[in-house]
Ligand binder design. Sequence first.
Ligand code: NAI
Length: 257
Amino acid sequence: MNLQALFGLDGRVALVSGASSGIGLHLAKTLAGAGAAVALAARRTDRLDAAVAELVAAGHRACAVPLDVTRSETIGPAFDAAESALGGGIGILVNNAGILYAGRFVDQDEAEVSRVLDTNLKGAFLVAQTAARRMARAGGGAIINVASTAGLRAAGFLSSYAASKAALIQLTRVMALELAGKGVRVNAVCPGNIETDMHQTFRDGGLEETLLKRIPQRRFGQPADLDGAVLLLASDAGRYMTGTAIPVDGGQTLSWM
Ligand code: NAI
């Protein structure tokens, strides 16, 4: 078996949203390492310059494109800019941009609810739709929505966030159904607690010890822990997979009783 042919991404072009930090930044490097040309998309491209320079210096093809997923007018131009800089159609989307709101359901005001849903659900929807239309025209592609274990199980203090991620998982399934005939596979990864800027909210709230007790593997995840699932879903290795939502969580979604 040729693992490089199975999991490799040579000749593919990928776009990662929210690529300026954390999981998005890491996954952009992973996809490039597997052979893909990668567009790193974020609101402020100056935050991407160092990462793009590092990738290019290592012999990869990479570019930075401006994208604010809550401003729909930026989405098409981001894909156009990526395709023109990288010289090919986007065949892999890692739909990663997202924000967290942690607080009691009764306390979250309307502006915060809108911010979370506009980014995590409507923004992800519109980015995926733009990708899907292009991939369908080109004969296929792979979309990976970055959801969360919060979309699979109920966790306190995450009402709008959990609702947005559960909706993203359901969107993944409907997209998979509608797009299978066009060669576009749509899957979700559901990270557990991954140590990024987002995780800092829990650290600041003194919740780390409590959270750790709920993770059977007794450690928080690192962005690199998502590499296996994302490479599987992005590559030919995942060619018969669509509509799945894969937890990558150290067993957090399991329960003893
Ligand atoms: P992060 O805060 O480091 O990354 C989020 C990225 O999304 C940032 O680069 C941010 O600039 C970008 N972003 C936010 N709003 C945006 C917008 N309107 N347009 C474009 N980009 C925007 O946090 P992390 O952890 O890397 O999060 C990445 C994804 O992983 C998010 O969707 C998050 O919900 C998800 N996730 C993270 C978990 C964790 O424990 N860190 C657990 C489960 C899911």
